[in-house]
Design a protein around this ligand. Structure first.
Ligand code: NAD
Length: 497
């Protein structure tokens, strides 16, 4: 059987690739290759950037009210038809349908935020800053901006960026993950239906060659990257060296600190949701429960009891958890269970020993629980990005905070307690960008900004919210004087009054 090839979306139309290079796309629950994705060559990289550059000339001049109408239309279409997009995501990523719908809804919130762009782009105005002199500021679009996204949120992560970039007057080249490229093409078609002019939103499929092309091309002004830490660091360095504005969000290892006074049923539910939702393939997943003794044994019993009820299987069958994205990734995640045992951890629940509601060839790994994981083990020091939850026992709040602060990652964290003073100290002392207090996955709403510290974010600007608006615009300050007949004379100093 000949497999279809997911191509590019350039200048308002889907374009078949001529590069001759492709990568396989799988249905992870079936364990079979269902299509191919094109990997762009140099000519295609040039073509997409050129289309976006040409479109910018007119798009930046389109009045804000007109841009806003298109944003609203995109929002309405997305809201009506998100079921279609969720099915595409589940068929290539594997996450269960309800979770696919959830990620679209979180992305849609950024579209809704960007519908208010005229307000966000307003500048300041100071009358009479000096005698007869007014000073004011404006924010203008940058030009062509590139978004390079990871496999785990094929709709939400691009939507962290492109609604704001487009509403602010930029044109976009989105390079999705080659593991699940179809969501990007679907969203491009939706933009066309919403009336976005050709060339304003483009999709370039590809691998390292496409990324390098975007990082070095002189007509790309800014890069928004989301992915693993080593690639984020690379993108930040190469993009910056090439004179671009770069925000590069990297990997994570998120801890949940549990104090002895916490409601352990709430903690157990939260650990399950945050550890195993989307099979742990979330940058905000909780991967380490830090239990302040004496709670660990009771908590492990409660978590284990709940794990026994989880159904792992095909995301189209109403299961709780789907497969991992590829066989290679599934095998890598599973290998950490043996490493844990060899390093002296206790394997409480082994995800390899479970039954799955899906095709035997699917990339299955059930929820896994590890106790007493040594902090020197790779299971603790590396990002696993799968349904593997570790428990580490500590003696005190201070020991827990010190452990979390010693991590090279700083994306998300949570504290579970009923002590307001402890929660307040935690939020003050913890070196992490996004903090939950009795909330396990503290993904900020669209009008706040998303991003971590340390190896979880390279660059100083986070995604969406006001920081997102700043990232995709450049500020001008204008000092203006309209001469009146009373003015005159030479003055070589700065004006004093
Ligand atoms: P990845 O780093 O493998 O890929 C991300 C993007 O980089 C993809 O578009 C890919 O094509 C490209 N890429 C891959 N290898 C490259 C190379 N050698 N040179 C240039 N480009 C390359 O990440 P992934 O596996 O798709 O996604 C999972 C990772 O993303 C996890 O580490 C996760 O924590 C992270 N993530 C972080 C956030 C965040 O907000 N911090 C959000 C989502 C995912």
């Amino acid at each position: 059987m000949t497999l279809s090839v997911v191509g590019h979306f350039i200048d308002g139309v889907q374009v078949a690739s001529k590069s001759g290079r492709t990568a396989p796309v799988f249905d992870p629950a079936l364990g079979v290759e269902t299509k191919l994705v094109a990997l762009a060559n140099a000519a295609e990289i040039d073509a997409v950037i050129s289309a976006a550059k040409t479109a910018f000339v007119e798009w930046r001049d389109v009045p804000q009210s007109k841009r806003q109408q298109i944003m609203f239309k995109f929002r309405e279409l997305l809201n009506e038809r998100k079921g279609e997009l969720a099915e595409i995501i589940t068929s290539e990523h594997g996450k269960v349908l309800s979770d696919a719908l959830g990620e679209i809804t979180r992305g849609q919130e950024v579209v809704e935020f960007a519908c208010g762009m005229p307000h966000l782009l307003k500048g300041f105005y100071t009358e009479n800053a000096s005698t007869g002199v007014d000073v004011y500021s404006t924010r203008q679009p940058l030009g062509v901006v590139a978004i390079i996204s990871p496999f785990n949120f094929p709709a939400m992560v691009p939507m962290w960026f492109f609604p704001i970039a487009i509403a602010a007057g930029n044109t976009v080249v989105l390079k999705p993950s080659e593991k699940d490229p179809s969501a990007a093409i679907w969203m491009a078609e939706l933009w066309r239906e919403a009336g976005l002019p050709s060339g304003v939103f483009n999709v370039l499929n590809g691998d390292k060659e496409a990324v390098d092309g975007l990082l070095t091309h002189p007509d790309v002004q800014a890069i928004s990257f989301v992915g693993s830490t080593p690639i984020a660091q690379y993108v930040y360095e190469i993009g910056s060296k090439n004179g671009k504005r770069v925000q590069a969000l990297g990997g994570a290892k998120n801890h949940m600190l549990v104090l002895p006074d916490a409601d352990l049923d709430l903690v157990a539910d939260s650990a399950i949701n945050a550890g195993f939702g989307s099979a742990g393939e979330r940058c905000m997943a909780i991967s380490v429960v830090v239990a302040v003794e004496p709670v660990a044994d009771v908590l492990i019993d409660k978590v284990t009891e709940r794990m026994a009820k989880l159904r792992t299987g095909d995301g189209r069958r109403g299961c709780d958890m789907g497969p991992l994205v590829t066989k290679q990734h599934r095998d890598k995640v599973a290998s950490y269970i043996d490493i844990a045992a060899a390093d002296g951890a206790r394997v409480v629940v082994d995800g390899r020993d479970q039954e799955f509601d899906g095709d035997a060839k699917g990339f299955w790994l059930g929820p896994t629980l590890l106790d007493n994981v040594p902090t020197t083990s790779k299971v603790y020091t590396e990002e696993i990005f799968g349904p593997v939850l570790s428990v580490i026992r500590v003696k005190s709040f201070d020991e827990g905070v010190a452990l979390i602060n010693a991590s090279p990652f700083g994306n998300g964290t949570a504290i579970f307690t009923n002590d307001g003073g402890a929660a307040r100290r935690f939020q003050y002392e913890i070196e992490v960008g996004m903090i939950g207090i009795n909330v396990p996955i503290p993904v900020p709403v669209a009008y706040y900004s998303f991003g971590g510290f340390k190896n979880s974010l390279f660059g100083d600007t986070k995604a969406h919210g006001v920081e997102g608006v700043h990232f995709f615009t450049k500020g001008k300050a204008i000092t203006s004087r309209w001469l009146d007949p009373s003015h005159g004379g030479i003055n070589l100093g700065f004006p004093q009054n």
